[in-house]
Design a protein around this ligand. Structure first.
Ligand code: PEP
Ligand code: MG
Length: 890
């Protein structure tokens, strides 16, 4: 018999933290907390396998599920001494979703389940609080009505507003028991009117309705979007947790809260969070009432920290916090409820944090001895380092403060004000910088938050939806800026007598919570002490070297600053576009007589020599790979008539003849046309000039600095060995000529890119004439999939959205196809030359997932854009640790 239901709390814990795949994160951790003696209300978890079975079998449950649920529910009844559906001592439960990884606010929750016209009287009697009982009942109808029965939420809200108006009160707390009774009646009428069905009075029917709603919510559009953004497979499914209710809304000695064992924004080792007295859990995250801080140290004079208001429960919570951190060895995000001064734990999970916090917590915990140095390396997601490289506001820049909110997610961002997620997406797609401004955000806004530079909300705290989601995404966020009045209709936001309109620019400082009018200048990030500590640890364990793709002195400097160990790709064509050079480049292409062409090429030589000298100087002896000209010539052709005339004058030819040459040079399929080494073979003077410039620069800088420079000359787009043979021979002849002229020599390498399938397949032959290979995975992806790099945008997103491809193959390597060719190329190449140096210089060189793959292939280095270098260093370290673990276990 399959076990579908696992109990926790009340002395029986059938699950544990390790069972997250089966029980979901919430269920696994509830069982774990209960088993280490923490106060967890008893309950049970229905497994994720039931979710999968439910979807596989057309929304039908396994036959023996009902029996297992009944047994587990009975156990809960016994352990709390209450009975589900009993008129005098009713057990009430919560029903919540819980996937393997947390998906905040994406799926549904129902509280107070089990209330009906009879049990509500029992609750009133046992709690001695009739008002509380009827308030709980109406909350239940509201939640169940909208979540399970699909009644629009606002129908209930409108009714409540009307009732308050009629009673002449503004606060829910002023509504008396008798009035709640009436509201409950009205709520039920609404349900009947909206759905044609009465509100279910039978607790068992309520329970199964809620369970099905949670399983159903796994496939709702919000959850679907979230999964897509976070690479969560639909096949994982969610678990359902049913748990005895405890009440944070039974009076002033009750409370509910959400907190982090350390600051999730900065990583500081202080208890951090928010709570509300006399409230139910959803009130805190929903951002409807403004929550209060936990610790007195973090409270302002007008706030009421839990440490002061509920000192006993606070002390107990501090004790639990310590136990949790020691037990889980990680920062925890916890939910709790205090009922009549007694603390109950409702959730713990490893807390989401900013990159800065992840870094600080990892380093601190390693230094506190909670985790090892290797674990610390694995705790920081490499991609998140991008966030640390965020700009901040220039302290010297002028600024005009508009208002202040909470510093919810760090970094500085400027953009035009936009009030809807849809408009954000539209404008961002056009390349505009925009800031999403909302009173509060909800899961429907997630796509807009993703596309925005930053997010500003006027309501809600540090754990509000906006804050949590923005931090997770690394978006700048200022939350709860209550001084700002937003008017969606008028598309304005106002503070005092200053009104900003949609489209006006603002700047957010997510580190301080400040909102400025207009665009404030920013400065590049400083790489903090913790950052370099982690990078140092990563460098100790990684095997893969990390180089950068750079061709300008600025990029080379940035690359070095970020720890690049050389340049893996210098695209020389980028040097041809400078205003002082492009004229000569055009003359070179457009002239049909070799002597004139030679003159133009000779004019380019000093520029190239200077380019290479600068790079060699900056890289001071580190390896530098320079790729000879690659793109099709047509990219450099004169465009308009004026440009054509300029070239005609310089060459002394007629505009007509040049026009004819221009059309002769244009190709139907330039990416597969006259480019790469094909150019170097048919126009040998171009490559000869570049080789000369490289060698002359290397000799000069070696002399000047005393450092041995070993230039690596790279030939692009080789498909057959003969191509490399011919270009290599010509290059060697040019090198020999330079050596002779200068009366000196130096070491150099000549290698090739492997970026065509044929090159990978025949790599053993190509290796005979290559000193190194660098996999050009951009072109290799293009040619292996037959998928144009420049045109894929029109259909590739559809492929990824609909699961035809798991990821964009230009971002993350297609292991089975392109990856197989990389592996074949590496193995074949090394068959010929066991010490052949192997690297990769396509975009994949900076993608953590692809780096894991390259580690497994045994490449020597990856090369990526300068800003990705830290990401690659960390990813390479994690890949090395993963390989070590794999080897140890095999
Ligand atoms: C490649 O093809 O992967 C590569 C690095 O070259 P480029 O992007 O310049 O074509
Ligand atoms: Mg290429």
């Amino acid at each position: 018999m399959t076990k579908w239901v696992y109990s926790f709390g009340g002395g029986l814990n059938e699950g544990s933290a390790g069972m997250r795949n089966l029980l979901g994160g919430k269920g696994a951790n509830l069982a774990e907390m209960a088993s280490i003696g923490l106060p967890v209300p008893p309950g049970f978890t229905i497994t994720t396998e039931v979710c999968s079975a439910y979807y596989d079998n057309g929304s039908a449950y396994p036959a023996d599920l009902a029996e297992q649920v009944a047994a587990a529910l009975h156990r809960v009844e016994k352990s709390v001494g209450l009975v589900f559906g009993d008129a005098t001592a009713p057990l009430l439960v919560s029903v919540r979703s819980g996937a393997r990884v947390s998906m905040p606010g994406m799926m549904d929750t129902v509280l107070n389940l089990g209330l009906n016209d009879e049990t509500v009287e029992g609750l009133a009697a046992s709690s001695k609080d009739e008002r509380f009982a009827w308030d709980s009942y109406r909350r239940f109808i509201q939640m169940y009505g909208s979540v399970v029965m699909g009644v629009p939420h606002h129908r209930f809200e409108d009714l409540l507003e009307q009732a308050k108006h009629g009673l002449g009160v503004t606060d829910d707390t002023a509504i008396k028991a008798a009035d709640w009774r009436e509201i409950v009646k009205d709520y039920k009428d609404v349900v009947l009117k909206e759905t044609g069905k009465p509100f279910p009075n039978e607790p068992q029917e309520q329970l199964w309705g809620a369970i099905s709603a949670v399983f159903g919510s796994w496939m709702n559009p919000r959850a679907h979007t979230y999964r897509k953004l976070h690479d969560i497979p639909a096949s994982w499914g969610t678990a359902v947790n049913v748990q005895a209710m405890v009440f944070g809304n039974m009076g002033d000695d009750c409370a509910t809260g959400v907190c982090f064992t350390r600051d999730p924004s900065t990583g500081e080792n202080i208890f951090y969070g928010e709570y509300l007295v006399n409230a139910q859990g959803e009130d805190v995250v929903a951002g409807i009432r403004t929550p209060q801080p936990m610790s007195a140290a973090r409270a302002t004079a007008d706030q009421s920290p839990m440490e002061k208001v509920l000192p006993e429960a606070y002390k107990e919570l501090m004790r639990v916090r310590d136990i949790l951190e020691k037990h889980y060895r990680d920062m925890q995000d916890i939910e709790f409820t205090v009922q009549s001064n007694v603390l109950y734990m409702l959730q713990t999970r490893s807390g989401k944090r900013t990159a800065a916090a992840a870094l600080k917590i990892a380093i601190d915990m390693a230094q506190e001895g909670l985790i090892t140095q290797e674990e610390a390396i694995q705790r920081v997601p490499p991609g998140s380092l991008d966030q640390l490289l965020h700009p901040t506001l220039d302290p010297k820049a002028e600024r005009n403060l508009f208002s202040r909110g909470l510093p919810a997610s760090p970094g500085a961002a400027a953009g035009a004000i936009v009030f809807t997620a849809e408009e954000v997406e539209d404008r961002a797609a056009k390349g505009e910088d925009v800031i999403l401004v909302r009173i509060e955000t909800s899961p429907e806004d997630v796509h807009g938050m993703h596309a925005a530079r930053g997010v500003l909300t006027t309501r809600g705290g540090m754990t509000s939806h906006a804050a949590v989601v923005a931090r997770g995404m690394g978006r700048v966020c200022v939350a709860g800026a209550g001084g700002i009045t937003v008017d969606y209709k008028a598309q304005t936001m106002t503070v005092g007598n200053v009104t900003l309109k949609g489209g006006d620019w603002i700047t957010l400082d997510g580190g301080t919570g400040a909102v400025y009018v207009g665009k404030v200048a920013t400065i590049p990030p400083t790489l903090s002490g913790d950052f370099s500590t982690l990078m140092g640890w990563a460098d100790e364990v990684r095997r893969l070297r990390v180089r950068a793709n750079a061709e300008t002195p600025e990029d080379a400097e940035t690359a070095r600053r970020f720890g690049a160990e050389g340049i893996g790709l210098s695209r020389t064509e980028h040097m041809f576009f400078g205003p002082d050079r492009i004229g000569f480049v055009r003359q070179m292409i457009m002239s049909d007589d070799p002597a004139t062409r030679k003159k133009a090429i000779d004019a380019l030589l000093p520029f190239q020599r200077d380019d290479f000298s600068q790079i060699f100087r900056i890289m001071s002896g580190l390896p530098v790979t320079i790729r000879l000209l690659d793109p099709p010539l047509h990219e450099f052709l004169p465009h308009g008539e004026t440009e054509l005339e300029e070239v005609a004058t310089a060459l002394g030819q007629s505009v007509e003849s040049l026009r004819a040459r221009r059309s002769a040079l244009s190709e139907a399929n330039p990416m597969l046309g006259h480019r790469g080494c094909r150019l170097g073979i048919t126009y040998p003077e171009i490559y000869a000039m570049q080789v000369r410039a490289i060698i002359e620069a290397a000799i000069a800088v070696s002399k000047e600095t005393g450092q041995a420079i070993v230039p690596e000359i790279m030939i692009p787009l080789v498909g057959v060995k003969t191509e490399l043979e011919v270009t290599r021979k010509a290059a060697e002849a040019e090198v020999a000529a330079v050596f002779k002229e200068q009366g000196t020599t130096l070491d150099y390498l000549i290698g090739t890119m492997i970026e065509l399938p044929r090159a990978a397949i025949t790599a053993d032959q190509i290796a005979e004439v290559a000193d190194f290979f660098s996999f050009g995975t951009n072109d290799l992806t293009q040619t292996t999939l037959g998928l144009s790099r420049d045109d894929a945008g029109s259909f590739l997103p559809y492929y990824v959205d609909h699961g035809l491809l798991p990821k964009d193959p230009f971002v993350s390597i297609d292991r089975e196809g392109v990856g197989a060719l990389v592996r074949m190329g590496a193995e074949n190449g090394r068959k010929t030359k066991s010490n052949l140096k192997l690297g990769v210089c396509g975009e994949h060189g900076g993608d953590p997932d692809s780096i894991t793959f390259f580690e497994s292939v045994g490449l020597d280095y990856v090369s990526c854009s300068p800003f990705r270098v830290p990401v690659a260093r960390l990813a390479a370290a994690q890949a090395a640790l993963a390989m070590k673990k794999e080897k140890a276990s095999s």
